[in-house]
Design a protein around this ligand. Structure first.
Ligand SMILES: [Zn+2]
Length: 334
């Protein structure tokens, strides 16, 4: 079907680099020693990424805890991620491929790297190079992007769990962009591209930029990492947005949220470990001049929500999982 020389280079190109020098420098995900790297016609018009509209407005707070990501593929699948293969890439954007041919991963399942809410599910047309794009909001200004999909299987507004199928790998892009199938993945915090791009950590380990082959632990039964189906936003309810957060060691995070519609704050402590097992967990909120409200007990997934009206009032907030605690000063006064 395909001339092998084109096939190999096309595969290495992934996103579609414009120079053969960079194509040679890019590592092939497969150890095919006999792979001919002949100077073949390079794809044209291969920019695969520009900034899409970003509707998540988050405060410029660098301490907001990142979502605990797993690879965007089903359990036990091995994929190679590459951040340096595409000239369109800025810092930590990743192209994922697997298999021995350029087309090998077309149609493969793409899953959510973490739980969240779908905020974009559409073809980007000629606005940018993403083609069929799914963007998931994980709270706290953190989002993940899944681009070039053949099929998008979630709609805007859908709540997705970690490991849930959101689409399939493809090579959709803007008109005239000829790229080979791959998953373009990004983790962002905040809204000013490209300074909002963040290093991704999968299964607790920072990705080995610029390229690394990893085995997915996403939604692995038993031996994998179980994930908390609850988020601070789902616990506090619609209208609440995360405005601050703190890590409770490695056991979880405590979040402070605010609902601008009714001036209420909300605090929730979300566990990352001992999920489904009742362990000591608490969350509290104290509006200045009023008594503290605490939700404390043996909880399987989270503590809270603790809510109080606090528009224009300073609050203390915090929580505890086991012996790991966070206690704020009075802050967020307006
Ligand atoms: Zn890419």
């Amino acid at each position: 079907m395909r001339p092998s020389s084109i096939l190999t280079v096309g595969f290495v190109l992934l996103c579609g680099l414009a120079t053969s020098q960079a194509a040679i420098a890019a590592p092939s995900p497969t150890p095919t020693a006999s792979a001919p790297v002949t100077p073949t016609p390079t794809p044209t018009g291969t920019q695969d990424n520009n900034d899409p509209p970003d509707e998540v407005k988050a405060p410029p707070v660098s301490t907001l805890a990142a979502p605990s990501l797993q690879m965007p593929f089903p359990c036990n699948q091995s994929w190679t991620g590459n951040s340096s293969n595409s000239s369109a890439h800025r810092s930590y954007e990743l192209d994922w491929n697997r298999g021995n041919t350029a087309d090998a991963d077309r149609g493969d399942t793409v899953v959510a790297a973490a739980a969240g809410t779908v905020v974009i599910s559409s073809h980007q047309g000629s606005v940018n190079g993403f083609g069929n794009l799914v963007k998931i909001d994980h709270g706290g200004g953190w989002t993940t992007f899944y681009a070039h999909l053949t099929v998008r299987s979630v709609a805007v507004g859908a709540k997705v769990t970690q490991g849930q199928k959101i689409g399939t790998v493809g090579n959709t892009s803007k008109p005239g962009n000829n790229i080979s199938p791959h998953l373009h993945f990004e983790l962002r915090q905040g809204s000013s591209y490209p300074s909002n791009l963040r290093k991704a950590a999968f299964n607790g380990k920072t990705f080995g930029y610029p390229n690394q082959t990893l085995t997915s632990k996403n939604k692995c039964g038993g031996g994998g990492t179980p994930t908390n189906p609850h988020t601070a936003q789902s616990v506090c309810g619609s209208g609440f947005k995360v405005i601050n957060s703190a890590a409770l060691g490695t056991a979880g995070n405590v979040y402070l949220l605010y609902n601008s519609a009714n001036g209420n704050n909300c605090v929730a402590t979300i566990k990352k470990t001992n999920l489904g097992k009742a362990t000591a967990t608490s969350a509290y909120l104290e509006v200045k001049g009023k008594p503290r409200t605490t939700d404390s007990g043996s909880f399987t997934y989270y503590a809270g929500p603790v809510k109080a009206a606090a528009a224009d009032k300073c609050v203390k907030w915090g929580g505890k999982i086991g012996s790991s605690a966070h206690d704020s000063a009075f802050e967020h006064c307006s």
